[in-house]
Design a protein around this ligand. Structure first.
Ligand SMILES: Cc1cc2nc3c(=O)[nH]c(=O)nc-3n(C[C@H](O)[C@H](O)[C@H](O)COP(=O)(O)OP(=O)(O)OC[C@H]3O[C@@H](n4cnc5c(N)ncnc54)[C@H](O)[C@@H]3O)c2cc1C
Length: 465
């Protein structure tokens, strides 16, 4: 078998114009690494693609050789789906070009681009699309699963802003997916993950943002947690149209704006971003200090690109990581009680609990318009995330995530969760994430585009029989 594969790899090298990386190559370990350092898989071949044609050649080789195929976008999936054991890893990390048509407010980005790439190119024109909170995250996995970010309250999810995509399917065809071309595929890739093919480019609708925005970050210690969270849940609903916000359970960073005695103290933050003038922002955040006096705050204008990179350092590549999430219709007193009880029990300073307020931009998109699994009625995505640069803390921190999540479940909006905030993808959890009707529709589209389930390293939709 090894010899057979060895011979075929030679043929693949001859046919494939991109770079082929195998275990003998010096960059192999770097190329197979993903964000989550708990993942240690060894693909037989890494095909580093630079064009859709190369992706098509790689898919054909993988399917002809009956190799397991993984697709790497930004490598941030918690379960490490970007990398397979013993198979073919289709690596899009060099397909990161971004072109912007400012007049039409459109950007087209390569399937392996990160939000760092997209923000850099679009912000030159004072434009942006909803992206993730960490700039190194891939646009690929994030958009295909939904995409929650600072701009969600105004502009919806990343996938809500997708206007078309180029997709290499399991039978190596290169298709366009849009409202007019292959509309079923277009519906499925807006929330249905990487199940339907390799997306080689994403075309987004852009919005006017920045380039300067206004940050307001307020932090309370655990003692004032309950009062701060009750205030924050009401306050977030009153934010003007040109502002967004979210809540974070986290440890105070050792940053210059944090008094030394509070470094690493666990507590609760309210982060508000204003997209209008500093004066408007000042008015919007004024009630916060008056309501519950924070331990410290940071109120400052900053470039939108800097905002997008603000939490990068707290999420280092190669850290051990695990997370579980759920949706809440309301941040009820009961949910706040669980939050304040469990947050101080975390042991890794970088573990965090971001609670994203989804807002009107999210809620105004009809449920059936995209394949996105979450109910458009939910107001919060509650994410419990273990981030452990110190491996000794990993097992304990994983148990903390699980027990916190169990305690919060009675307060959640049903059993569904966001597919991009999962570390384990049992079939029943994926089904619950989409609900029966959406899952069955996705399964029928999967049967049409990938009947043999070639693309199964994802929140997997089983092809309908
Ligand atoms: C530190 C961190 C911060 C995060 N922040 C946010 C956030 O703010 N908002 C949010 O919504 N989510 C966030 N996430 C979750 C994130 O959306 C998912 O982890 C997502 O899967 C990452 O996409 P990726 O391309 O980087 O990952 P990868 O691991 O490369 O891919 C993830 C999945 O998508 C598939 N895939 C990736 N690219 C393509 C493509 N071009 N074509 C077909 N399939 C593809 C892969 O095969 C895999 O199944 C975060 C995750 C981490 C680790």
């Amino acid at each position: 078998m090894a010899q057979t594969l060895g011979t075929s790899v030679g043929a693949f090298r001859a046919a494939f114009t991109g770079r082929v990386i195998t275990p003998e190559d010096p960059e192999y370990d770097k190329a197979r690494s993903v964000f989550n350092g708990a993942i240690d898989r060894h693909p037989a071949i890494i095909a580093r693609c630079t064009t859709p044609d190369e992706v098509a050649v790689a898919v054909k080789f993988g399917t002809d050789q009956d190799l397991e195929i993984s697709v790497r976008g930004g490598g941030h999936n918690f379960a490490g789906f970007a990398v397979c054991e013993g198979g073919l890893m289709i690596d899009l990390s060099e397909m990161r070009q971004v072109t912007v048509d400012a007049a039409a407010r459109r950007a087209v980005a390569g399937g392996g681009a990160t939000w760092h790439d997209v923000d850099a190119a679009t912000q030159v024109h004072g434009l942006a699309v909803t992206g993730g909170f960490i700039s190194r995250t891939g646009i690929g996995g994030l958009t295909l699963g939904g995409g929650i970010g600072h701009l969600t309250a105004q502009a919806g999810l990343s996938c809500d802003n997708l206007v078309s995509a180029q997709v290499v399917t399991a039978d190596s065809r290169i298709l366009t997916a849009s409202a007019n071309e292959n509309p079923d595929l277009f519906w499925a890739i807006r929330g249905g993950g990487g199940n339907f093919g390799v997306v080689t480019s994403f075309a987004y609708r852009l919005h006017q943002v920045g380039p300067l925005v206004n940050l307001g970050l307020f932090f309370w210690g655990v003692g004032k947690g309950s009062a701060a969270l009750r205030f924050s849940r009401d306050f977030l609903k009153t934010l003007p149209q040109n502002a967004s916000g979210f809540i974070g359970g986290l440890s105070a960073p050792p940053a210059p704006f944090v008094p030394r005695q509070h470094h690493f103290a666990p507590g609760f933050a309210l982060i508000v971003v204003g997209y209008g003038s500093p004066e408007e922002h000042g008015w919007a955040i004024k009630p916060i200090r008056d309501a519950v006096a924070p331990l410290f705050e940071l109120v400052t204008p900053m470039p939108y690109v800097q905002l997008q990179q603000m939490f990068d350092e707290a999420n280092p590549w190669g850290t051990l990581a695990y997370e579980k999430a759920l949706y809440l219709d309301e941040l009820t007193d009961g949910a706040i009680q669980v939050f304040t009880e469990y947050l101080p029990k975390k042991t890794s300073p970088l573990s965090l609990v971001p609670v994203f307020f989804l807002g009107d931009g999210y809620a105004r998109v009809p449920d059936d318009e995209t394949a996105f699994g979450g109910s458009r009625k939910a107001r919060y995505a509650f994410n419990i995330s273990a981030v452990c640069p110190d491996p000794a803390l990993y097992d304990g921190e994983r148990s903390w995530v699980r027990s916190f999540w169990q305690a919060l479940r009675p307060h959640a909006s049903g059993v569904g969760s966001y597919v991009n905030f999962m570390s384990e993808y049992e079939e029943d959890r994926v089904k619950a994430a989409y609900g029966t009707a959406k899952y069955e529709r996705l399964a029928r589209i999967k049967a049409q585009y990938d009947p043999d389930n070639v693309f199964h390293l994802n929140a997997n939709i089983k092809p309908a029989l």
